[in-house]
Design a protein around this ligand. Structure first.
Ligand code: NIG
Ligand code: FE
Length: 405
């Protein structure tokens, strides 16, 4: 897998996987040293090798899951049943369900309790071949509970062998107690949450859910200005159910804009000129039972840098499985298996500004690898709902392994 050092993959470049048949990867001290044909790679080794036979399987860079919400305590089965009975996500949210119904449990939990939940999600991701994860807070919605959530993510990250990039999503929805005065809550995010997060080095990113039942673009601008002043990176949930004016986010140079279900042609032209990655989350559309999906084909053909992520969360996407996301991306968004793989690895790494060390199998990068029990890489998206990953390596150490599927 070649990275294209010049920035995220676009257009035709998204489908160039740089496959090496009969290949080998030489790893030393947690880093990739040589990638190439097996005989050449072995000849390049200057020490006695510990060999791992991949049995003709397919090795990919570990998946980079660049959008997840793992800091929650319990599944939302009531919402699930209400939706089956015909209610929409927006209706459930407007009636006090949705994101707000995950809040009481997180507020009542201790940091170790939240951290255990986060860690169990991360461990499951590793078994599906994911080695780098972006993890958001967002179910606390108070200074204490949001700080607890990011601390819990940080603590889980220290006990997980992959890499975690932490995001403050205090602006997920307005908590019930500020329903009549959302700006007062925005003020708390700006004057308390962000400064503490930045001061204590608890997160790299600030995210805002810009949506009719969540935050306005104007509120997001206020939050992002403070984030930028505190040298935190910016990313946002946009265009999931309703549109906003994307050009107003440009001054904040967001690393990623996520969902983009209702993106239009003008937005695509704008995004095509930027390194902002469009992170698509089709597992959420699948789980919400939507008939429509983000227009991946149009985005890619317009030259927008597209990434794929799980959106792992209890409301719209309770899955840790990036292989399933690849499958939905192919069947419902008409991405090719090759495009889906690049979007789930190197472009995910770009969405986290980690492409120097993650997202491709290249000398000098971290030895984060996933082995799949398939003969052809396309099978990873083909056998949907399954887990074809049989081994995951993070920084040169095998962290998950089983014989065969
Ligand atoms: O990305 N859209 C906002 N946040 C999540 C949903 C979170 C939830 O419903 O708990 C998402 O889909
Ligand atoms: Fe999300």
């Amino acid at each position: 897998m070649r990275s294209g050092k010049s920035g995220p993959r676009r257009g035709y470049g998204l489908s160039e996987l740089g496959i090496v048949e009969e290949g080998a990867v030489l790893v030393k001290d947690g880093k990739i040293v040589v990638v190439g044909k097996r005989d050449e790679a072995i000849a390049a080794a200057d020490v006695t090798l510990q060999r791992i036979d991949c049995n003709g399987g397919v090795v990919l860079p570990g998946f980079v899951d660049s959008h997840t919400h793992p800091a929650f305590m319990a599944p939302r089965l009531v919402d699930f049943e209400k939706r089956i009975a015909g209610a929409t996500y927006e209706e459930i949210s407007a009636a006090g369900g949705g994101i707000r119904s995950s809040v009481a449990q997180v507020r009542a939990a201790t940091v170790p309790q939240i951290s255990e939940k986060v860690l169990s999600g991360l461990k499951e991701m590793l078994r599906f071949g994911t080695t780098t994860v972006e993890a958001k807070s967002g179910y606390g919605l108070s200074v204490d509970a949001e700080l607890n959530s990011v601390r819990a993510i940080k603590s889980a990250a220290t006990r997980w062998p992959g890499q975690v990039s932490v995001t403050l999503l205090g602006a997920h929805v307005v908590p019930a107690e500020y329903k009549e005065n959302p700006d007062a809550y925005v003020k708390i995010i700006c004057e308390e949450m962000i400064p503490i997060i930045a001061w204590e080095g608890l997160a790299e990113w600030v995210d805002v859910f810009i949506e009719e039942n969540a935050f306005t673009l104007e509120q997001a601008e206020r939050i992002f200005a403070v984030a930028q002043a505190h040298k935190l990176g910016v990313r946002a949930h946009v265009h999931q159910f309703s549109r906003c004016e994307l050009s107003r986010l440009q001054p904040f140079a967001p690393a990623s804009l996520d969902h983009l279900d209702c993106v239009n042609d003008a937005d695509m032209q704008l995004l095509a000129q930027q390194d902002t990655v469009a992170t698509l989350l089709p597992a959420a559309n699948y789980f919400l039972g939507h008939a429509s999906y983000p227009p991946a084909r149009k985005l890619i053909d317009a030259g927008v840098a597209v990434a794929l992520a799980t959106d792992y969360n209890p409301g719209t996407s309770p899955t840790c499985n990036m292989q399933f996301v690849l499958s939905v991306a192919c069947t419902h968004m008409k991405m090719s298996p090759a495009e889906a793989i690049a979007a789930a690895t190197i472009n995910g790494a770009h969405a986290l500004r980690l492409a120097e060390s993650k997202g491709s199998i290249e000398a000098g990068k971290d030895a984060d690898l996933a082995l799949f029990d398939v003969e052809d890489y396309r099978e990873i998206a083909y056998w949907f709902g399954a887990n074809r990953c049989v081994m995951t390596m993070a920084r040169g150490e095998i962290q998950f392994g089983r014989d065969r599927v």
